[in-house]
Design a protein around this ligand. Structure first.
Ligand code: DC
Length: 216
């Protein structure tokens, strides 16, 4: 692989996005939030009212899907058939549907080339669940970032703007998503054998990046 590819895998709320932003910024490369792609699939499933449990319907739908990233050094945008859908993919409904549909092999393989093509073009920091294990087994450096469930749920809870928010519900949903993402048969969330593990439970994003820089 000619370009420098850094992978950051880990569960929801471990701080992957903040850390990969800081790191990509320091290294002067782009960052790719691959979770956004799975969210884009879920968004279109809802928009087009797709019966995704049906394999034939799912395959036909995926063949028409036209997702792309516009990667700039600032905020990357996710575009579906020419429309910027970035502001619409972070709802709780899409979060849970992205996790459920990402377990389908057809969904995973539909997004594989898209991710690898980006790496052909430029140096990048990729964040996700299977970056170091499946998508980029030959990545330059691989990190696995994790933190205690309660710490992660607290961070997510603090980001939610809704006055009705409920910490225990956020924690419970995160626990379910962790379990679903880790136990699925296709590309489950797990560290690559050669990944560097970082426990971010008691570290700021800045401290995590400082640790990472020792390997870069
Ligand atoms: O990182 P995120 O929370 O935005 O990801 C949303 C869902 O997408 C997550 O629950 C699992 C799935 N996902 C995946 O299966 N593989 C990836 N590389 C990234 C995300």
């Amino acid at each position: 692989m000619s370009h420098r590819i850094i992978t950051i895998d880990g569960p929801a709320g471990a701080g992957k996005t903040t850390v990969s932003k800081l790191l990509a910024n320091e290294l002067g490369c782009v960052r790719v939030d691959t979770g956004a792609l799975y969210r884009g699939v879920a968004y279109e499933i809802i928009q087009q009212d797709i019966d995704w449990q049906n394999n034939e319907i799912l395959t036909a739908f995926l063949a028409t899907l036209d997702l792309n990233f516009i990667l700039t050094k600032e905020e990357p945008r996710l575009v579906s058939s020419g429309k910027d859908i970035t502001p619409h993919i972070r709802t709780p409904r899409i979060t849970m549907l992205a996790s459920a549909t990402s377990a389908r092999p057809a969904v995973r393989s539909a997004l594989l080339d898209l991710q690898r093509n980006i790496a052909q073009e430029q140096d990048a920091v990729f964040e996700g669940r299977d970056m170091g294990t499946v998508v980029f087994p030959d990545a330059t450096v691989k990190f696995f970032l994790f933190a205690d469930l309660t710490v992660r749920a607290r961070r997510r809870f603090d980001e939610i703007q809704d006055a009705e928010k409920d910490f225990y519900r956020v924690r419970q949903q995160m626990e379910k998503r962790d379990a679903d993402d880790s136990t699925r048969s296709q590309a489950p969330l797990k560290p690559a054998p050669d990944a560097i593990h970082i426990d971010a439970s008691h570290l700021t994003a800045r401290q995590v990046v400082t640790k990472m820089r020792r390997y870069l």
